[in-house]
Design a protein. Structure first.
Ligand code: C2E
Ligand code: MG
Ligand code: MG
Length: 302
């Protein structure tokens, strides 16, 4: 218990004494429960995959272009637990890779279902944890996944968090490079959120930068924040990678990003992460819009 109290002070330079109190005790019990319940929750379908759309705003109307798969845990005792709470916890003991596998399988079969039902391809990006990258079977697993679902490597995009690149960059670069050579599209998640890898950016094998939402938050109220995003866009341009802006919540933010020629937007402005039953309504809307556009073109060409 003393050690746990001690650990709770890690990286906290303002305090030099800590107690193992009821609060810490409750937290420990809560975390223990979560860890113990992963397997049963997988079996009982308490984990569900939600999808958040990404829109291409470069044209005259925002076009549904892809989605991100985000896990949700409806815990039988605690109700909805945020991934911000359980992912870091399960990363500590490696259990997260079980969840990631579950999410990847769900996502791939969802892409297949949408294609079969609506004759449309909505690629889905999935999150990779650090530990996944060290799995020697990672590439094989993804290839199997693609094959089983009759998909191509373009249909599943992979999000690797920025901080993973700074851990053991040589190994990660190698793994990611191999996946890219198979045709997978790699997005650097949370770009600019912490451990900046700016110095290695030019050597990293990536296809897109996902600008962390902290960059977006103030662009409509602080010209400096907007200028920062403009500079990021320049960096991306120089590297010849595309940019996805995350955490876009307002129309004004969206308008400013469009002005800066940011093509892909993800955020509550368009939609929160939603279950597949709701996501299909967005697809139906998109299919309708595309069919109307096709009719218009046909009419003009006649
Ligand atoms: P992330 O991959 O950067 O995902 C984006 C997070 O931002 C999601 O939080 C999403 O709900 C939230 N978000 C999106 N748009 C907005 C917005 O406009 N405003 C605000 N305030 N938030 C927005 P979520 O779903 O809680 O996930 C948190 C993190 O947990 C994710 O960050 C990711 O790192 C991790 N995570 C989620 N699902 C998985 C998974 O299946 N596997 C792994 N390894 N990690 C996951
Ligand atoms: Mg992500
Ligand atoms: Mg992100």
């Amino acid at each position: 218990r003393a050690m746990m109290a001690c650990n709770s002070l890690k990286n906290n330079y303002n305090a030099n004494i800590s107690f193992y109190d009821t609060e810490l005790h409750k937290k420990e019990l809560f975390e223990e429960c979560l860890v113990a319940d992963v397997d049963s929750s997988l079996v009982n379908k308490n984990f569900v995959v939600y999808y958040q759309p990404k829109y291409d705003i470069s044209g005259s109307r925002p076009k549904l272009s892809s989605a991100e798969a985000l896990i949700r845990w409806n815990h039988p005792e605690f109700g909805m637990v945020s991934p911000g709470v359980f992912i870091p916890l399960l990363e500590e003991n490696g259990l997260v890779s079980k969840l990631d596998h579950f999410v990847w399988h769900e996502a791939a079969s969802q892409v297949r279902k949408w294609r079969d039902t609506y004759n449309i391809t909505i690629p889905v990006s999935v999150n990779l944890s650090r530990i996944d990258i060290y799995n020697p079977k990672l590439e094989e697993n993804f290839m199997k996944l693609i094959e089983t679902n009759g998909l191509s490597t373009r249909d599943i995009m992979l999000e690797v968090t920025e901080s993973a690149y700074t851990d053991n960059s040589d190994q990660i670069v190698q793994v990611v490079e191999n996946l890219r050579s198979k045709g997978f599209f790699i997005e650097m998640d949370d770009f600019g959120s912490g451990y900046s890898s700016l110095n290695m950016l030019s050597e990293l094998p990536i296809d897109a930068l996902k600008l962390d939402m902290k960059f977006i938050r103030n662009i409509a109220i602080n010209p400096k924040a907007l200028h920062m995003v403009e500079l990021m866009m320049d960096i991306a341009d120089f590297l010849k990678v595309s940019v996805v802006a995350e955490g876009v919540e307002t129309e004004e933010q969206c308008r400013l990003l469009k002005q800066l020629k940011c093509k892909i937007i993800q955020g509550f402005y368009f939609s929160k992460p939603i279950p597949p039953e709701e996501f299909k309504l967005l697809i139906e809307k998109e299919v309708k819009a595309r069919s109307n556009e096709a009719k218009e073109i046909e009419y003009v060409n006649r």
